[in-house]
Design a binder for this molecule. Structure first.
Ligand SMILES: Nc1nc2c(ncn2[C@@H]2O[C@H](COP(=O)(O)OP(=O)(O)OP(=O)(O)O)[C@@H](O)[C@H]2O)c(=O)[nH]1
Ligand SMILES: [Mg+2]
Length: 320
């Protein structure tokens, strides 16, 4: 798959080559490594937008509306949707929603949904690589849709430039419970389903909370927008806000800082994964653990002491 021809097809945006590559990354990350190496540095200029929020908030409907605008502006957007419920259906559902007009649109927009379960090598790693491939294939902008906010398996803020938090009028209690912490990751807040009662009140409450809390980026005023993704109301304003945030990041050097921090976290995450694999698989570590476990069982050592001895031995071996 890292044949020059395949790489050329991928870089030219050929949908079949993109699809094959994404599948390889999802199913066999080790086999995909040379290919990702060959793409190093490609597509770094692609804006990455994260759309997150509680289940059913209208994230996909919103992404579909944004895609519509991108396609109208001759863009070639790419979407990765993390779908906890179904396998490989989210992309199709989203695709249906965008109502692609003919083959030309279909050739430019690209969707891929990732099941939460069964992603080898971790969800965050898979998503990071899928976004990289879409970027290398010329997709711009990139959207990453994930369910949930706060401490979920996937920290969306570690993967994108701009986080859009989508809430609905019914999310009021949820904000109360989680206080401002949940808002901390958001660069833009959208109160969707504004056709329902309570949207304006929630937007005011959020704006107030944001105003009173410490901000990660003191130079950026987090906009709180009302939208109705179903009718398309407010989607243009969201697109404008995304553009403003992108220029803000680029002008202040914030984008470079953000991405450098993300890469640092990503490397640690990957390293942690490898360490865990090693701990689980290495036969001599297995033997040492078993030997210490017998000492603990015989009452000659405490688990704390045994773990410390194993740790000291590992460190000594690793830095030898
Ligand atoms: N009334 C109203 N309904 C909406 C609006 N936007 C989306 N919906 C509906 O809300 C439901 C969920 O929309 P989705 O776009 O699938 O929401 P989601 O956040 O992607 O859902 P998950 O990915 O399953 O978490 C659908 O039935 C939409 O038609 C809106 O602005 N107003
Ligand atoms: Mg969705």
């Amino acid at each position: 798959m890292s044949d020059p021809e395949d790489l050329a097809a991928l870089r030219s945006g050929d949908p079949r080559a993109i699809g094959r590559t994404l599948t390889l990354v999802e199913n066999d990350p080790t086999a995909a490594e040379p290919l990702l190496e060959a793409l190093a540095g490609a597509g770094a200029d692609a804006p990455r937008i994260g759309i997150t929020g509680p289940p059913g908030a209208g994230k996909s409907t919103l992404v579909a509306s944004l895609l519509r605008l991108d396609l109208e502006a001759s863009g070639a957007p790419g979407v990765v949707a993390v779908d906890p419920s179904s396998e490989q259906t989210g992309g199709a559902v989203l695709g249906d929603r965008v109502r692609l007009r003919g083959d030309e649109d279909a050739g430019r927009a690209f969707f891929r949904s990732v099941a939460t379960r069964g992603s080898r090598g971790g969800l965050a790693r898979t998503c990071a690589d899928l976004l990289r491939i879409l970027a290398a294939a010329g997709k711009r902008p990139l959207y990453l849709e994930t369910v949930g906010v706060g401490q979920s398996e996937l920290e969306i803020a570690e993967l994108v430039d701009t986080v859009v938090l989508v809430l609905v009028p019914e999310s009021g209690d949820f904000i109360q419970t989680l206080k401002a912490g949940v808002l901390e990751v958001a660069d833009i807040v959208v109160v969707n389903k504004a056709d329902r009662e309570g949207a304006q009140a929630l937007a005011e409450e959020i704006a107030d909370t944001l105003h009173r809390s410490a901000r990660l980026d003191p130079d950026w005023d987090v906009p709180v927008l009302l939208a109705s993704a179903r009718t398309g109301d407010g989607v243009t304003a969201l697109r404008d806000a995304l553009g403003r945030h992108a220029s803000h990041l680029r002008s202040g050097g914030g984008l470079a800082r953000r991405r450098a921090a993300q890469v640092g976290k990503e490397l640690r995450r990957r390293l942690r994964g490898r360490l865990e694999d090693w701990l689980d698989r290495d036969p001599s570590i297995h033997q040492s653990v078993e030997a210490e476990a017998r000492e603990v069982a015989a009452g000659r050592r405490t688990p704390t002491g045994a773990a410390r001895r194993l740790w000291d031995a590992l460190k000594a071996a690793a830095w030898r």
